[in-house]
Write a protein that binds this ligand. Structure first.
Ligand code: SAM
Length: 381
């Protein structure tokens, strides 16, 4: 094993690293080593004691992504072992006859920091978090193919170079989805909401459902298949809504009681509130309003306004299912926003359940930055 370059820490991060925090920001270093991005480095404290091992990113704000507290003897073996473990965990819980689209690798949560790998049937879509990750995982195509048994991979696609790809069909809990691999958001589907879509479906029989920020119809399809009396899907992206309509047809679900509204969700809610329209279940799954810490003040008021309006259009005794996918918006604050929004609408939000992303998006206890998705289900009185 060749000796790796040493990165000396200015800050005392020993405890955080031992607990499993996988990021070292550039401002925590004494100086940068003269190694190319992707090189394996040894992280040491000021006293010279080795603390962890990771790979170097020469450009991004995260200078080192930690791979292990023990030395990395063989990078390919480490990556392969972790790819296999991650896949085995997914396949132990998912029936591929029912679900063939899921997240195979959730970066830091699977011990493979800096990459996300989503599987759409036989196509793996990879996201690299920066140039360091791209260099460290330069053999990822081959490693994914090598470690994919018992799956068969037909293609590995870089999320940033997928424009020429077309549509495929996948299934999630037996619901069929058309996925536009070339132009779809987040590489295709928002796979992190699979279990929450299932939770909403379990409550949807005989109910009407408003699906705000509905993308290609996920929550609406699940609800309609579970016997919802009516669904309304709202999204500002016209192509996504056109796919939502096609997804209804693909699943042999009637379009007669399905509305598709290509408009801004808040504008739709404003109008619906004025017309006193009501739904038994309202799902709100907006894009991140707080992509950075600096965006938090504006995000707080946007979430509050959304939660107030969404609560307004829930029928008495109905359900509000509200999501936030911003890791900068803490869980407690998010829940308080839903409650305050409901109160401002003259309603009461009675929390029934709070969940996060599905099990194929594992979060590390010592790494709150990775725990981004919140999903609150509550009764509106
Ligand atoms: C997190 S995704 C929703 C995923 C969806 N719930 C699902 O299960 O597939 C957010 C969606 O919000 C849509 N969007 C963004 N801004 C919007 C706006 N102002 N009004 C309505 N939809 C918007 C995006 O097009 C995207 O489809």
């Amino acid at each position: 094993m060749p000796a790796s370059a040493k990165v000396i820490l200015r800050k005392n991060l020993g405890r955080a690293l031992r607990q499993g925090h996988p990021w070292i920001f550039r401002d925590a270093l004494v100086e940068a080593p003269a190694v190319p991005g992707g090189a394996v480095v040894t992280v040491a404290g000021r006293d010279g004691r080795t603390l962890a091992h990771g790979y170097w990113d020469a450009t991004g704000p995260i200078a080192v992504r930690v791979l292990d507290l023990l030395p990395v003897r063989d990078v390919q073996v480490l990556v392969c072992d972790r790819l296999r473990q991650a896949l085995a965990k997914r396949l132990a819980r998912l029936d591929r006859n029912q679900t063939n689209a899921f997240r195979w690798v959730h970066g830091e949560g699977d011990g493979l920091p800096g990459i996300h790998v989503d599987l759409y049937d036989q196509v793996a879509v990879v996201r690299f978090d920066g140039a360091g990750a791209r260099a460290f995982y330069r053999d990822l195509d081959h490693l994914l193919a090598e470690c994919s048994a018992p799956l068969r991979l037909s293609q590995v696609v870089d999320r940033e170079q997928r424009a020429s790809l077309g549509e495929i069909e996948v299934r999630e809990n037996c619901i069929r989805f058309i996925v536009d691999l070339g132009r779809g958001q987040k590489g295709g589907l928002f796979l992190d909401q699979r279990e929450n879509r299932h939770a909403v479906a379990a409550r949807a029989a005989g109910k009407s459902l408003l699906n705000l920020y509905g993308y290609t119809g996920g929550f609406s399809l699940y609800a309609a298949a579970a016997g919802a009396t009516r669904t309304d899907t709202v999204d500002s992206a016209k192509p996504a809504l056109a796919t939502a309509r096609r997804n209804f047809q693909l699943n042999h679900l009637s379009l007669e009681h399905a509305g598709f509204h290509a408009t801004d969700a808040l504008a739709f809610l404003d109008q619906a509130a004025r017309r006193t329209r009501r739904w038994d279940i309202v799902v709100s799954d907006p894009p991140s309003f707080a992509p950075s810490r600096r965006a938090l003040p504006a995000a707080r008021s946007a979430y509050f306004r959304l939660h107030r309006l969404a609560a307004t259009v829930v029928a008495p005794g109905g359900l509000l299912c509200a999501a936030s996918c911003s890791s900068h918006f803490p869980r407690d604050e998010f829940l308080a926003s839903v409650e305050r929004g409901a109160a401002a609408a003259g309603r009461r939000f009675g929390l029934e359940a709070v969940t996060g992303a599905g099990f194929d998006h594992p979060a590390l206890p010592a790494f709150p930055e990775g725990d981004y998705l919140k999903f609150a289900i509550g009764r509106i009185d």
